[in-house]
Design a protein around this ligand. Structure first.
Ligand SMILES: [Mn+2]
Length: 327
């Protein structure tokens, strides 16, 4: 068995107490999987976990045990021993119901993001981990608890979603070794793949069709932009909420280095949300930053104000022009 470089000893005693477990808003597979595995670990240790996410878990995560235990708020009459935050690099990404200092207990952050704004009383951070789930699997071993089937399934969700199914450059030997441990623990890859990747609502594919029709390439085919406009939503009556991940289709085009996807904020006319993806050569967090947003080198986002989708598209394309080679 591998030796672990993280010292978990200071956080393990908290797992026996009354704890809030939460992650960043709009939780992705790593946020959900890490939270659910931690939830079962706390139960196993005799603690009392309160699972919190201001935004609901997506339907694709409903196959995971305890996913229905998630609450969109936190009771105000409980004084917690600890608030455990996973997969979250900044307090700005937390939900609005996190208890204040006098009720939160010790704030413990378990994270793997490179760019972070520390906010925990105790921070267990390893930016070399490909997902928070990898760290949680090590925590379970450090706590000397068996990896249950539920935990294995939850952490499998974490690592495959954060590595794009073992495709991203973060996929290392430690990731695969964790994967081996999870398969030994009876994780079920095909069950996970069906729920996470092979359960598209028809409306999502119809919406994707509309977005694909808007693809525009500039900067000699290195920058791809696509969008769903307010008009497209009104004409089609399709739910805009199903558009997550569409930006990846832009990046998947041969020759494209960076892609962006723009959608309107339905509740705020004139406002748009932009997602960016890069293959790795051109960091998109800089461009997102120049437009008031931020993120990682390969995935970033921002909000924009513009009179029309055409203007919003031009603003973002112009932010990439000229696309000069990084040093
Ligand atoms: Mn993550």
């Amino acid at each position: 068995m591998r030796t672990m470089k993280i010292d978990f000893s200071q956080i393990i005693p908290f797992l026996k107490g009354k704890v809030v477990i939460t992650a960043h808003r709009n939780p992705d597979g790593d946020a959900v999987g890490s939270s659910l595995a931690l939830y079962e670990l706390v139960l196993t240790m005799g603690g009392e976990p309160w699972l919190y996410s201001q935004d609901p878990y997506g339907d694709e995560f409903k196959y995971l045990a305890h996913s229905s235990e998630v609450h969109s708020d936190i009771p105000t009459n409980i004084i917690f021993d600890a608030t455990l935050v996973v997969d979250t690099g900044s307090a700005k990404l937390l939900g609005n119901h996190i208890p204040p200092k006098d009720r939160s207990g010790t704030v413990i952050v378990i994270d793997h993001h490179k760019t972070r704004d520390p906010f925990g009383d105790i921070e267990i951070v390893d930016s070399t981990a490909s997902s928070a789930g990898v760290i949680i699997e090590e925590l379970i071993r450090a706590a000397n608890k068996p990896l249950s089937k539920n935990m294995a399934k939850a952490l499998w969700c974490s690592i495959i979603t954060d590595t794009g199914g073992f495709r991203y450059s973060t996929t290392d030997a430690r990731t695969l070794q964790t994967g081996v441990n999870l398969l030994d623990g009876k994780a079920d890859p095909w069950e996970a793949a069906q729920s996470l990747y092979e359960s598209n609502p028809l409306e999502r594919l119809q919406l994707l069709g509309l977005a694909l029709n808007t693809i525009e390439l500039r900067e000699n085919g290195k920058v791809a932009g696509l969008n769903i406009s307010r008009k497209a939503i009104e004409d089609s009556n399709l739910p805009l909420s199903l558009s997550s991940g569409f930006v990846n289709y832009g990046r998947s085009i041969k020759g494209v280095e960076v892609a962006f996807f723009i959608r309107p904020e339905i509740e705020s006319p004139g406002k748009f949300r932009v997602s960016f993806r890069s293959r790795g050569k051109y960091p998109v967090d800089k461009v997102a930053g120049s437009l008031g947003g931020g993120g990682h080198a390969n995935a970033a986002g921002c909000r924009l104000g513009a009179d029309s989708m055409t203007k919003a598209m031009n603003m973002v394309f112009n932010a990439f022009s000229p696309l000069s080679d990084p040093k």
